[in-house]
Design a protein around this ligand. Structure first.
Ligand code: HEC
Ligand code: HEC
Ligand code: HEC
Ligand code: HEC
Ligand code: HEC
Ligand code: HEC
Ligand code: HEC
Ligand code: HEC
Ligand code: HEC
Ligand code: HEC
Length: 370
C-alpha cells in the first residue's frame, strides 16, 4: 500500500500480465489430454480483477484476465511430462524430438533418424526414451542448446557421447544407467571396464537400427582396445571367433562379473563345460588336472599348438610327470635312434598310448590308455 498526494490509498498491484499469470497459475486447472491443469480458481480471481486505481474499464480488465488465463493454459499444455525432481522442466525443449530434428536429421553430418527403428525409438514401450523425454532422455535437457545463440556467442553445449565428447565418461554412463541399472548391470560399478573409464558407448551404438555389438562384428569392437587378444585369435588353433561362429560375450560378461577376467561363470572350467560338457565327466578314472583347470593344458583363446594346447606332448605331459621310467626320459631329436620311429616322440607322442587324456571310463583305463 502507498499513500498518494491526495491522501487516499491505492493498490501498488496495478496488475500487469506476467504478474497476473504468476499470481493465477496455482488456481488454474483444466484437463488437456490426460493432464490436469488448474483453472477453477482463475474465474474466482477474475471477479476481483479490477484494480481500484486503474483507469481501464472493468470490462477491459476482465479481458486482460481471460487472456492471461489462456496464456497460462497454453504454457502448461506445451510442457513435457513431469521431469525428474532434480531437473527443472524449463530446461527441456517444449516439443522434444521435433525441436531437435529441425537441425539434426538424416542429412546432418551425423544421421540420427535410424534410432526410431530401434527399441529406443519404440513409443509404445513406456520405458523407452521416445515415450519419455525423447532425445533429451539421453542427451539431457536441451532447451538452451536448441535456442539460436546471439551473434558471436557459442551454442550452449549438450550431453554428447563417445571419446571426443566433453561429457565425462561417468556422466555419459549415468545417462544410460538411469534406465539400465537392472540385474544385468548389477556388477558394472567397480568392474574392470568401469574402473578404466570405458563408456557404454565404446561398445554400443545407439543411432542405428541394430546395434552391431549383438552381431558377428562384436569382436571387431572389442579389438579396438584388445589388440593382443586379436593376435591370439588369429593363431592357427583358436576358438572360431574369427570365423564368426563365436562371440566374446559367450564366455565374458563385459558389464562385470564376480569371476576372474569377467567370465560369465564362477570358474574357468564351468565356462568350458557350457559347451564341452562331455569333458566334465564323471569318469571312472579321472585325470586330476582336467577336473582342476582346463587351462593347465589349454589356452582359452588361441594357440600355435593344436588343439589349443599350451605345449606339445611330450613336453606338455612332462611338466608334471617325471616318475622314473619312460615318463621322465628327456625326448628330443637326439633321442631318436637312427631310422627307428619313437612312439614317445612321433605322431601324438605320449598320447599314442595314453589317449584318454581327459579321463577314462574303462574298468582298466587307470593309465588313461583305453
Ligand atoms: C537450431 C539448431 C539446433 C537445434 C534445434 C538442436 N541442435 Fe544440436 N547442434 C546444433 C549445431 C549447429 C551443433 C554443432 C555444434 C558445434 O559443432 O559446436 C549441434 C551439436 C549437437 C550435438 C553434439 C555435441 C555438441 O555439443 O557439439 C548433440 C549431441 C546435439 N546437438 C543434440 C541435440 C539435441 C538432443 C537437440 C534437441 C534437444 C538439439 N541438438 C537441437 C544445432 C541444433
Ligand atoms: C538412447 C539414448 C539416445 C537417444 C534417445 C538419442 N541419442 Fe543421440 N546419441 C546417443 C549416443 C550414445 C550417441 C553417440 C553415437 C552413437 O552411439 O550412435 C549420440 C549421438 C548423437 C549426435 C551426434 C553427436 C556428435 O557427437 O556429433 C546427435 C546430433 C544426436 N545424437 C542427436 C539426437 C537426437 C536429435 C535425438 C532424438 C531424435 C537423439 N540423439 C536421441 C544417444 C541417444
Ligand atoms: C529412458 C530410458 C532409457 C535410456 C536413457 C537408455 N535406454 Fe537403452 N533401452 C531402454 C529400453 C526400454 C530398452 C528396451 C528393453 C527391452 O526391450 O527389454 C532399451 C534397450 C537397450 C539395448 C538393447 C537393444 C536391443 O536391440 O536389444 C541396449 C544395448 C541399450 N538399451 C543401451 C543403452 C545405452 C548405451 C544407453 C545410453 C546411451 C541407453 N540404452 C539409454 C531404455 C533406455
Ligand atoms: C565392453 C563392451 C561393453 C560395454 C562397455 C557395455 N556393454 Fe552392454 N553389451 C555388450 C555386449 C557384448 C552385449 C551383448 C551381451 C550378450 O549377448 O550376452 C551387451 C548387451 C547390453 C544390453 C542388452 C542385453 C542386456 O544385458 O540387458 C544392454 C541393455 C546393455 N548392454 C547396456 C549397457 C550399458 C547401460 C552399459 C554402460 C553402463 C553397457 N552396456 C556397457 C557390451 C558392452
Ligand atoms: C571360449 C571362451 C572365451 C571366448 C570366446 C573369449 N574369451 Fe577371453 N578369456 C577366456 C578365459 C577362460 C580367460 C582367462 C580367465 C583366467 O585367466 O582365468 C579369458 C581372458 C581374457 C582376457 C584377459 C587377458 C587374457 O588374454 O588372458 C581378455 C582381455 C579377454 N579374455 C578378452 C576377450 C575378447 C576380446 C574376446 C573376443 C574376441 C574373448 N576374450 C573371447 C575365455 C574366452
Ligand atoms: C574402449 C576400450 C575397450 C573396449 C571397446 C573393450 N575393452 Fe575390455 N578392457 C579395456 C580395458 C582398458 C581393460 C582393463 C585393462 C586390461 O585388462 O586390459 C579391459 C578389461 C577387459 C577384460 C578383463 C581382463 C582381465 O585381465 O581381467 C575382459 C575379459 C575384457 N576387457 C573383455 C572385453 C570384451 C569382450 C569387449 C568387447 C565386447 C571389450 N573388452 C571391449 C578396454 C576395452
Ligand atoms: C560357447 C561355447 C564354447 C565354450 C564356452 C568353450 N568352447 Fe571350446 N570350442 C567351441 C567350438 C565351437 C569349438 C570349435 C569346434 C570345431 O571347430 O569343430 C571349440 C573347440 C575347442 C577345442 C579344440 C580346438 C580344435 O582345434 O579342435 C578345445 C581344446 C577347446 N575348445 C577348449 C575349450 C576350453 C579349454 C574352454 C574353456 C576355457 C572352451 N573350449 C570353452 C565352443 C566353446
Ligand atoms: C592334462 C592336459 C589336459 C587338460 C587338463 C585338458 N585337456 Fe583337453 N586336450 C588335451 C590334449 C593333449 C588334447 C589332444 C587330444 C588328441 O589329440 O587326441 C586335448 C583335446 C581337447 C579337445 C579337442 C578334442 C576332443 O577331445 O574333443 C577339447 C574340446 C578339449 N581338449 C577340452 C578340454 C576341456 C574342456 C578341458 C577342461 C575340462 C580340458 N580339455 C582339459 C589335454 C588336456
Ligand atoms: C598339470 C600337471 C599334469 C599334466 C600337464 C599332465 N598330467 Fe597326467 N597326471 C597328473 C596328476 C596329478 C595325476 C595323478 C597322479 C596320481 O594319481 O598319482 C596324473 C595321472 C596320469 C596318469 C595315470 C598315472 C597313474 O599312476 O595311474 C597318466 C597315464 C597320465 N597322467 C598321463 C599324462 C599324459 C599323457 C599327459 C600329457 C598329455 C599328462 N598326463 C599331463 C598331472 C598332470
Ligand atoms: C608306447 C606306449 C606308451 C607311450 C608312448 C607312453 N606311455 Fe606312459 N605308460 C605306458 C604303459 C604301458 C604304462 C603302464 C606301465 C606300468 O604299468 O608299468 C605307462 C605308465 C605311465 C604312467 C604311470 C606311471 C607308472 O609308473 O605307472 C605315466 C605317468 C605315464 N605313463 C606317462 C607317460 C608320458 C608322460 C609319456 C610321454 C612322454 C608316456 N607315458 C608315453 C605306455 C606308454
Amino acid at each position: 500500500m502507498d499513500t498518494d498526494h491526495t491522501g487516499g490509498t491505492t493498490s501498488t498491484a496495478t496488475t500487469d500480465i506476467p504478474t497476473l499469470i504468476w499470481y493465477l497459475s496455482p488456481y488454474i486447472r483444466i484437463i488437456i489430454g490426460k493432464r490436469w491443469i488448474h483453472v477453477s480458481g482463475c474465474f474466482d480471481q477474475m471477479k476481483n480483477c479490477k484494480s481500484p486505481s486503474s483507469s481501464r474499464s472493468p470490462k477491459l480488465n476482465i479481458l486482460w484476465c481471460v487472456t492471461g488465463c489462456l496464456l497460462v493454459i497454453l504454457a502448461h499444455a506445451e510442457t513435457p511430462p513431469t521431469p525428474p525432481a532434480e531437473t527443472p522442466a524449463n530446461l527441456y525443449t517444449r516439443k522434444g524430438a521435433d525441436t531437435c530434428l529441425k537441425c539434426h536429421d538424416q542429412d546432418y553430418k551425423y544421421p540420427v533418424l535410424q534410432i526410431f527403428y530401434s527399441k529406443h525409438g519404440n513409443r509404445k514401450d513406456a520405458r523407452s526414451p521416445m515415450a519419455q523425454f525423447q532425445c533429451e532422455s539421453c542427451h539431457g535437457p536441451g532447451r538452451a542448446h536448441a535456442t539460436e545463440p546471439k551473434v558471436g556467442a557459442q551454442r550452449a553445449s549438450i550431453i554428447a557421447f563417445g571419446a571426443n565428447s566433453r561429457t565425462s565418461p561417468d556422466q555419459q554412463n549415468a545417462m544410460c544407467l538411469q534406465c539400465h541399472r537392472d540385474h544385468q548391470r548389477a556388477r558394472w560399478t567397480g568392474s574392470q571396464h568401469d574402473t578404466v573409464n570405458v563408456r557404454c558407448v565404446d561398445c554400443h551404438t545407439v543411432h542405428v537400427r541394430h546395434d552391431p555389438v549383438f552381431t558377428q562384428d562384436q569382436s571387431g569392437i572389442c579389438y579396438r582396445c584388445h589388440k593382443q587378444q586379436q593376435a591370439v585369435f588369429a593363431r592357427n588353433s583358436a576358438h572360431p571367433v574369427r570365423q564368426g561362429k563365436m562371440l566374446c560375450s559367450q564366455c565374458h560378461d563385459p558389464h562385470g562379473s564376480n569371476a576372474k577376467a569377467l567370465l560369465k561363470t564362477a570358474t574357468k572350467n564351468d565356462t568350458c563345460y557350457r559347451c564341452h560338457a562331455e569333458k566334465r565327466g564323471p569318469f571312472l578314472w579321472t585325470h586330476a588336472p582336467v577336473a582342476e583347470d582346463c587351462g593347465l593344458c589349454h589356452e582359452h583363446h588361441g594357440s600355435m599348438n593344436a588343439p589349443l594346447l599350451k605345449k606339445r606332448a611330450p613336453w606338455l605331459c612332462q611338466q608334471c610327470h617325471s616318475v622314473t621310467g619312460h615318463p621322465s626320459i628327456s625326448y628330443d631329436s637326439t633321442g631318436l635312434p637312427a631310422q627307428t620311429p619313437s612312439a614317445f616322440l612321433l605322431a601324438k607322442s605320449c598320447l599314442n598310448c595314453h589317449f584318454q587324456v581327459h579321463g577314462s571310463n574303462h574298468p582298466s583305463g587307470v593309465k588313461l590308455m583305453r
